[in-house]
Design a protein around this ligand. Structure first.
Ligand code: NAD
Length: 270
């Protein structure tokens, strides 16, 4: 079997185009465009590239982009504390979905802002599989930004969910039982095709830089693509799978939050 390649880039492009069509309607009704503000601390080059591409995508969708750059020496008096920074964000504007109020809402099955990467993974899964009810989904990784919200979203779709992590025993055996595998580990090509149940749908969240030919780095996922593509029913490539969906979902969350704050109903087609 050769797996179908799930084209996250195309799905993301169509979502962004739909948003760009819908944003002017909101702007007219609300009297201002939705806006996305990014606070960037320090000089990490990868973060700067990411923030630049967020800004570009925001403007392309007809939204306003605000960037606040702080030096690496910015502090809250002592060291920057991730939990304190997240807690300082208004949950209604928390388009990354990291605030504890939004995490709680997701766990309780209430509407709220959901982290963009798992939201993008879910959109790809539903696009490919339709209903996920009763399917066995294995989420590998338990971070607050990917693994845990991913598992909650899959539960919300009535999948039977298993979460694996660094202390899990016999990962290959668990992978072999799963109809859906979402890999969010951060270890290059760790999950092997031989472990997969034939026909499984594989969503590879991992973005790992490894040495490539000619001294240039290349990007690989957490799944060993060459062996997995022989066994899976469908698989996301790296790059071009989950990555583009994350920014598209960030724009969608911004659009949704702007509607909620303005008291305007969101268009049903999104
Ligand atoms: P993290 O480091 O916070 O979490 C990694 C998780 O993997 C942990 O929960 C850990 O328990 C688990 N893990 C580690 N070793 C394991 C092992 N041997 N077996 C099973 N589980 C193991 O990482 P994260 O922020 O969740 O990101 C995971 C990966 O996804 C990274 O490669 C990251 O770059 C990528 N990522 C991609 C996007 C995107 O937009 N595509 C967004 C976020 C993260």
């Amino acid at each position: 079997m050769t797996a179908q390649i799930i084209d996250g880039k195309a799905v993301a492009a169509s979502l962004r185009a739909r948003l760009a069509d819908l944003v002017p309607g909101f702007t007219e009704q609300a009297g201002r465009a939705p806006g996305l503000a990014v606070v960037l601390v320090g000089e990490d080059p990868a973060s700067h590239v990411y923030v630049r591409s967020k800004g570009r995508a925001t403007r392309e969708a007809g939204m306003e982009s605000f960037e606040h750059r702080l030096g690496a020496d910015a502090s809250e008096g002592a060291q920057m504390n991730e939990a304190a920074v997240i807690a300082a964000i208004d949950p209604a504007k928390d388009v990354d979905g990291f605030h504890v109020i939004n995490a709680g809402r997701l766990a309780a099955g209430l509407p709220g802002l959901v982290p963009c990467t798992p939201l993008g993974c879910l959109a790809l899964l539903k696009d490919r599989l339709g209903s996920l009810a009763g399917l066995h989904a294995l989420v590998i990784g338990r971070s607050n930004i990917v693994g845990k919200p991913m598992a909650q979203l899959l539960l919300g779709e009535s999948a039977t969910v298993t979460i694996a992590h660094s202390r899990t025993r016999d990962l290959p055996q668990l992978v072999g039982q799963a109809d859906i595998v979402v890999a969010a580990v951060g270890r290059p090509e760790m999950i092997r095709g031989e472990w997969l149940k034939p026909g499984a749908t594989v969503i590879d969240v991992g973005i790992n830089r490894v040495p490539g030919e000619g001294g240039k780095d290349r990007l690989v996922g957490d799944v060993h693509f060459a062996s997995a593509v022989e066994v899976a029913g469908a698989i996301t490539p790296v790059p071009g799978g989950v990555g583009p969906m994350t920014i598209a979902m960030l724009l969608r969350n911004t659009f949704a939050a702007a509607h909620a704050r303005a008291g305007i109903a969101q268009p049903a087609e999104l």
